[in-house]
Write a protein that binds this ligand. Structure first.
Ligand code: GTP
Ligand code: MG
Length: 283
């Protein structure tokens, strides 16, 4: 299953993945398997991707079915990546209201692994640490906080994510223990010289990092940095984005994609899926 709040890069990842396996421009660990049925949504989003435009945002309550059949040529194993492109807004509302669509419950129940998305493009939550508070010379100088005023939407992102992930262990979800591949999307935007996505997570989102590394429901964790677009683009209606020209000059287009992390090959974003599906051959 795919999990990630608004604008965390889920749809763009799917678009780049489809282009990669459909075009066969470069070798990948998993290749496209047999396809039947309707995959027009995938074609639509990978079309925008190939033209160098941002994919459209997934609308609230919209569950676009995304099924990609993949084949592990080395072992002749077939796998189906079956995820629904849930709007990230649905998740943020779930945190605030404690309600979510019934379809989401089904997705969680049948999930055997999780591709968790977090964008490197998000400014970190405004942090006031305990130390800042202790440093204040006079308590009287502190503003009087109204304990009844609580806006869930303003809770820090990692608090929201840890809460939502914990909820998946309880009814009605009762997710089975699973591996989690965390994709830090828009990896092209991290400060120059940042090469370790796991370290990035520890520094930026320590609570989430601790949770992911220690939760009993998580069998194993890997952290990848992925640039599915390769740079900054914009929506077609807004004209060309800042890096469009440069990205279009990269031939074949699959080489725009970048990934860092354990056991990866430069442009191959099927690698996290290979690992989630237990198909990565032992080193
Ligand atoms: N620079 C850069 N931006 C990216 C990359 N991947 C995604 N983005 C941007 O991140 C934003 C969100 O991407 P989406 O793929 O729409 O995110 P989503 O998780 O599907 O969002 P919702 O549908 O709203 O839940 C868009 O503005 C993308 O252009 C990338 O590799 N590099
Ligand atoms: Mg989306």
């Amino acid at each position: 299953m795919v999990f990630g709040i608004q604008e965390s890069g889920k749809t763009t990842f799917a678009a780049a993945l489809w282009h990669l396996v459909d075009s066969e421009e470069i070798p990948t660990a998993l290749i496209k398997g047999k396809h039947v049925g309707d995959f027009s949504y995938l074609q639509e989003i990978s079309g925008s991707w190939a033209e160098g435009y941002e994919v459209e945002r997934t609308k609230l309550q919209q569950l676009e079915p995304i099924r990609v059949n993949l084949l592990h040529a080395a072992s002749n194993n077939e796998m189906t990546l079956e995820f629904d492109d849930l709007s990230g807004e649905t998740l943020e509302q779930a945190f605030a209201t404690r309600y979510c669509p019934e379809t989401f419950v089904e997705i969680v129940k049948s999930a055997e692994g999780m591709l968790l998305f977090l964008s490197a493009n998000r400014k970190n939550d405004d942090a006031v640490t305990i130390l800042d508070v202790f440093d204040a010379e006079e308590d009287a100088a502190q503003p009087v906080a109204d304990p009844n005023h609580w806006e869930p939407k303003k809770a820090p992102l990692q608090v929201q994510l840890v809460d939502l992930l914990q909820c998946l262990q309880r009814p009605p979800f009762e997710a089975r223990p699973m591996k989690v591949a965390l994709v830090v999307s828009a990896w092209d935007l991290v400060p120059e010289g940042t090469t370790d996505a796991e370290k990035w997570l520890q520094d930026r989102y320590p609570l989430l990092s601790q949770y992911l590394n220690n939760a009993e429901s998580i069998l194993d964790l890997r952290v990848y940095g992925v640039s599915a677009q390769g740079g900054r683009l914009s929506k077609k209606k807004d004209g060309p984005g800042p890096d469009r020209e440069e990205l279009l000059a990269i031939v074949p287009a699959s080489k725009r994609i970048r990934i860092v992390g354990p056991e990866v090959a430069e442009h191959d974003i099927t690698r996290p899926l290979l690992w989630l599906a237990d198909l990565e051959s032992p080193v």
